[in-house]
Design a protein around this ligand. Structure first.
Ligand SMILES: C[S@@+](CC[C@H](N)C(=O)[O-])C[C@H]1O[C@@H](n2cnc3c(N)ncnc32)[C@H](O)[C@@H]1O
Length: 274
């Protein structure tokens, strides 16, 4: 008998992806960290304070300068200034670094008494010619890199960690199920109604995730304005990360639960020392 029932949707047919295809008339999404993508990312991430409290509490028990990798526009980097120690932030996106410097320049003079150095650099192979009491890689950004990239990253981290320093990185608290999807609708502040649909789609093999942002707005003239952005990231378990970091000479010394919101999902901060 011929099966005439419609095919069952798979992860790659997810609702958000279908919606993006319909609304953008099939245009390929742009890179989430391109110039336009970085600007949009910062508009919806700026007010997200997840991990901030836990990182500040942990960093207050460290000494020396603080380095944030993949710092973006400073969602966490700028709050770190409240610790009163010099903060460094690196990011691969020149637009993110521009936003971070601009936000710092617009802080009240009292907050600018603490120095911030923001540089364009690749977290896989940076050379800042100094060591830090704490190095942070938050927002699960370790998964932006594949296993080869992480190997380079961890060697660079080790080379920049001061004696007694700690490397803090954020991961998901629960393993990601293959095919799982989640979508958040984030309204943006502005004169006209604007939203971002931020979706997270775990690949059918459970080893990659696609983060996509669909920006829907009305133009000045009242026309529908839609653009889409995406970034594919990798998935690794905590055991895999522990083994990779051990190979670089770093040992897990702690694990801090982050009371995630229902939206963002629960996270965990892992701490490593030499
Ligand atoms: C998810 S965003 C996180 C930004 C910021 N930490 C936050 O919490 O808002 C990931 C950031 O990683 C940056 N990035 C991607 N690949 C990178 C690399 N190889 N080296 C440094 N930064 C990178 C992107 O430009 C982006 O700013």
């Amino acid at each position: 008998m011929v099966d005439t029932s419609p095919p069952k949707p798979t992860a790659s047919d997810s609702g958000p992806r279908c919606l993006a295809t319909i609304l953008t008339e099939g245009r390929e999404p742009a890179d989430l960290y391109s110039v336009e993508g970085s600007r949009l990312y910062e508009r919806f991430a700026e007010f997200d304070d997840s991990e901030q409290r836990e990182l500040l509490r942990r960093l207050s028990r460290t000494d020396g300068d603080i380095l944030e990798l993949a710092a973006g526009g400073g969602r966490l980097t700028l709050p770190f200034l409240s610790l009163g120690r010099p903060v460094f932030g690196i990011d691969l996106s020149p637009e993110m670094v521009r936003i971070l410097r601009d936000r710092y320049d617009h802080l009240p003079a009292s907050r600018r008494r603490v120095s911030l150095t923001a540089e364009i650099a690749d977290m896989r192979c940076f050379d800042l010619q100094r060591r830090f009491g704490a190095i942070v890689l938050a927002t699960t950004s370790v998964f932006l890199l594949d296993a080869g990239g992480r190997q380079q990253l961890f060697a660079s981290v080790k080379a920049h960690l001061a004696s007694g320093g700690v490397f803090l990185l954020t991961v998901y608290a629960a393993p990601l199920r293959p095919g799982a999807t989640s979508t958040r609708v984030i309204p943006l502040a502005g004169q006209h109604p604007e939203v971002v649909l931020l979706s997270d789609l775990v690949g059918d093999d459970g080893r990659t995730r696609e983060i996509s942002a669909l920006h829907v707005a009305r133009s000045e003239e009242g026309a529908l304005d839609v653009s889409s952005y995406s970034s594919v990231v990798f998935v690794a378990s905590e055991d895999e990360l522990d083994a990779e970091l051990a190979a670089a000479g770093l040992t897990r010394v702690e694990s801090i639960e982050v009371g995630g919101s229902a939206d963002a999902g629960a996270l965990r901060i892992l701490g490593y020392s030499a």
